[in-house]
Design a protein around this ligand. Structure first.
Ligand code: ADP
Ligand code: MG
Length: 255
């Protein structure tokens, strides 16, 4: 029996988040008192105009940047004021990132790309001792993402959809609980986008992977459990899409 208690409850809570970018005497105020609560196992889609602050929010949630004010609580722990070292550790273990342009390294094979995030963590000696374990993990994830046969190929030998599947395998290598996906289908044709969405939905269901996805595509966003729109530096419900479809096994959704 899997331990379901650890899969129930709130994974991310954000309270009164503020973020502005300053350059010279210009200030761009992006997030203005944003609140958000995401349950474990939820698949949340965020839509909003270009420049509305969606990527800024994902960067803050993923500890790539720090807010000016407000609190980010991850798995019950305040994470917006961590030291740089603790932030790095959290980012490397708790979160997976997927981006619009894949960010694969062109000189590495698919398998090496998936392994790269853990390889750089270790000394050569440490890596030598752990390589079998991580290689097994990487191959099993590539298998799951339908890319095992392409493991020795280079990114330029893959289609956009295949590159994104490699990027998803890489994002999941360390077993994160939360996947942050910034326009993951933004550079793909409709068929490839559908395949990526199927993969994300399957991973969400099978592994109770919590997903926060930013997208321009309302059709894809509507497939998520819940959809929110970024406007005026805050998240607001989308009319007709306010009822979450969180699986019953995850418990009641707080009002
Ligand atoms: P979105 O992802 O919704 O398109 P972003 O979060 O990327 O929006 O950007 C929100 C606003 O913040 C935009 O006006 C953008 O120009 C500005 N911005 C983003 N990053 C920076 C930065 N590093 N320095 C200055 N302005 C930035
Ligand atoms: Mg963006």
């Amino acid at each position: 029996m899997p331990d379901l208690t650890s899969q129930i409850g709130t994974l991310v809570r954000v309270e009164g988040l503020y973020k502005a970018y300053r350059k010279g005497d210009t200030t761009v105020s992006v997030l203005r008192g944003l609140n958000l609560q995401v349950e474990k196992g939820e698949f949340l889609a965020i839509v909003g105009a270009s420049g509305s602050g969606k990527s800024t929010l994902l960067h803050l949630l993923g500890a790539l940047d720090v807010p000016d004010a407000g609190a980010i609580i991850y798995a019950g722990q305040r994470v917006d004021r961590l030291s740089v070292t603790d932030r790095d550790r959290l980012r490397n273990t708790a979160f997976g990132f997927v981006f619009q342009f894949y960010h694969l390294l062109p000189e590495l094979t698919v398998l090496e790309n998936v392994l790269a995030p853990v390889m750089i963590r270790y000394s050569l000696w440490q890596w030598w001792h752990r390589r079998r374990h991580w290689r097994r993990q990487a191959l099993s994830l590539l298998e799951r993402c339908g890319l095992a046969a392409r493991r020795y190929h280079y990114p330029q030998e893959l289609s956009g959809g295949e590159m994104q599947r490699a990027a998803i395998a890489r994002a999941l290598l360390t077993g994160p609980q939360l996947l942050l996906a910034d326009e993951p289908t933004g550079n793909l044709d409709a068929d490839a986008a559908t395949q990526i969405m199927h993969l994300l939905h399957d991973l969400n269901r099978e592994n109770t992977l919590t997903i926060i996805m930013v997208t321009h595509n309302w059709e894809l966003a509507k497939q998520a459990h819940r959809m929110l729109r970024m406007a005026d530096g805050r998240l607001e419900p989308v009319p007709g899409r306010t009822v979450p479809k969180v699986p019953a096994s995850l418990g009641a959704y707080p009002s």
